[in-house]
Design a protein around this ligand. Structure first.
Ligand SMILES: [Zn+2]
Length: 102
């Protein structure tokens, strides 16, 4: 067996090994981002799955306040809607927490 050919093969092995090793940091970062993306989708799916049940439990008023349906259905938070002056015929009713306008 030729010594120089063996050297070339071993050098190629070094190159292949180093090339792949150099990708570790990038691949680990890529995997971390994909896992975060999956966690976010999983969280959104849980919220979406509970939406119909939370809608049934939603009450529009508490005391003199009207409550934000989005904050309740998405986050189970009771946030009072605010009345804003509008030059038009109807008041603008908004949620200061999520921006929903009804
Ligand atoms: Zn809201």
């Amino acid at each position: 067996m030729s010594e120089s050919i063996q050297q070339r093969v071993l050098l190629a092995a070094d190159y292949v090994s180093q090339d792949l090793t150099n990708q570790i940091d990038r691949l680990e970062l890529q995997l971390k981002h994909k896992k975060a993306e999956l966690d976010a989708i999983d969280g959104n799916l849980k919220v979406a799955s509970q939406a119909a049940t939370r809608r049934k439990a939603f009450v529009a008023t508490e005391g003199n306040d009207y409550l934000c349906p989005r904050c309740w259905i998405q986050n189970r938070r009771k946030i009072a809607l605010s009345f804003k002056y509008s030059p038009g015929p109807d008041d603008i009713i908004e949620c200061d927490a999520c921006g929903l306008s009804v």
